[in-house]
Design a protein around this ligand. Sequence first.
Ligand SMILES: [Zn+2]
Length: 118
Amino acid sequence: MAKKRPRLTRKRGWSLGQKLWKEFMEGRVYECIITHPSRYVYGAQIGKDVFVDPRTSVLTVLLHELLHRLQPNWSEARVHRESKHALACMSEEEKTDWWLAYEMLKRNHKSVKLKKGD
Ligand SMILES: [Zn+2]
């Protein structure tokens, strides 16, 4: 069965957001592993193709939140700094191992509502 194409919604107030949605609906968006010899990348745009490496963005968030759990007394700034450092220290193979483990361990949750100050 073909995937249902998302409907282009008319959102008010942010014209760049509407233009981005229209651009997104053009397709040619690919999820894949992207490597770079000296830095980690979240994505790349080559010609009309957009590539997204989910490992980088997911691991950025995952390492950050795991550090909060592991070191509850650390400040937000320290957790942010240490999680960025941890990701920068990972080899491509380690990132892929973490990504595969995340794919195995993650469980879906309907939603989490945070309050102001959380
Ligand atoms: Zn945080």
